[in-house]
Design a protein around this ligand. Structure first.
Ligand code: UD1
Length: 352
């Protein structure tokens, strides 16, 4: 078994972790948590769906000079240069991927080439440079239409509903085939919220597709009304149920996954959620209550491709990811998301 003190180090005494997509929503929060926990995160991001000023915010939050390379993860030549320049990474957390379900339906080729291409490049460099650990961002989308709730990691997969989901499922299979040890796959449920400081958060490109950014943009006046998609589901109030997890809790799960690999090298899969489902109506009502805002809401038809209810069984993560568990409440997440939206409205130069 390795100890943290055995981890290969860079110039600092901090174990160096490569964070691909480290300027993105989950990547940026994870980078901050890594720094706070004593790691030295190094970001690679091509800024296709993120902004360069996010890296400045990360440095501000951590009072650090965290390095960032503007490189596409599919570009093996330039990725190799990052590995050569940085020296030994102890681990890689691979976030860099396209993530829009609807875009993936319109441009499946783009999703296959980018998401699978980037993962293959990372896997090859992991081998070439002898990097012990890899954490992979997967998604609860791989479960598709769930039969038994809460959903465990052993549930049958059904991701074929979108090319995005297929890239996640295929990514998992590639990793399981290639690495018997040293890889952890995290299946994220619905990440929401923002950094409690208000310095980091989600930056949806164009019209948001996910519920919480749509709520905050409606509350700030960028959108006329929130549409609730479907009120005739077989749930307590007729709206869909999801497991919403605060992005900082999700970020911390990555640190626990790195810690887990110190204890047990076996490649494994973990659900990362709260274990509790909330309906769309409950999320909307909670947002209004905690932030003192009334939202214009339109009750609309179902959105194609939505599953009725899905929330995680997190027993495995709670037990094996070093007692990791989600700590923030839905109230916290919705307060932090609103704080972030207000900060955006106060004027960050979004062109930067
Ligand atoms: C979506 C993606 C999923 C991805 C996940 C996390 C789809 C079909 N699935 O899941 O692959 O892993 O995000 O980012 O897009 N809702 C509204 N009004 C809105 C937006 C959403 O009522 O304006 C409802 C949806 O119908 C759903 C719930 O809110 O019931 C959550 O939606 P969303 O945030 O898009 O997440 P998922 O559908 O779970």
């Amino acid at each position: 078994m390795k100890k943290k003190s055995d981890m290969k180090k860079g110039n600092s005494n901090r174990p160096k972790i490569l964070v691909t997509g480290g300027a993105g929503f989950i990547g940026s929060h994870t980078t901050v948590e890594l720094w706070n926990a004593g790691y030295e995160p190094v970001i690679v991001d091509n800024f296709s769906n993120s902004k360069k000023w996010v890296v400045i915010s990360i440095r501000e939050l951590t009072s650090s000079g965290i390095r960032c390379y503007d490189v596409d993860c599919c570009d093996q030549t330039n990725m190799r240069k990052v590995f050569e320049k940085e020296g030994q990474f102890y681990g890689i957390i691979h976030f860099a991927a396209y993530k829009s379900v609807s875009e993936s339906v319109d441009q499946p080729e783009l999703y296959y080439s980018n998401n699978i291409g980037a993962l293959k490049c990372i896997m090859e460099l992991k081998e070439e440079f002898g990097i012990p650990d890899l954490i992979f961002s997967s998604s609860a989308t791989v479960y598709g239409d769930v039969k038994n709730l809460p959903v465990t990691e052993n549930a049958p997969l059904g991701a074929a509903s979108s090319p995005y989901g297929v890239t996640k499922q295929l990514g998992e299979e590639l990793l399981l085939d290639a690495f018997e040890t040293g890889a952890i796959i995290l299946r994220y449920f619905n990440p929401i919220g923002a950094h409690p400081s208000g310095l980091l958060g989600e930056l949806p490109a164009g019209t948001p597709q996910n519920l919480v950014p749509f709520i905050t943009q409606t509350a700030i006046g960028k959108r006329k009304a929130l549409k609730v998609f479907g009120t005739d589901y077989n749930t307590s109030d007729g709206t869909c149920i999801r497991d919403y997890i605060h992005v900082v809790d999700l970020a911390r799960a990555h640190l626990s996954a790195l810690g887990r690999l110190l204890v047990d090298r076996k490649t494994d899969i973990f659900n990362v959620g709260t274990g509790r489902g909330y309906s769309v109506k409950e999320v909307v009502e909670t947002f209004q209550k905690v932030n003192g805002i009334t939202l214009p809401v339109i009750y609309d038809a179902r959105r194609e491709g939505d599953v009725e209810a899905v929330y995680a069984d997190c027993t495995k993560a709670n037990q094996l990811l070093l007692n990791w568990r989600a700590e923030y409440s839905l109230d916290d997440a919705l307060m932090h998301a609103w704080k972030w939206e207000i900060r955006l409205a106060e004027g960050i130069d979004l062109a930067a």
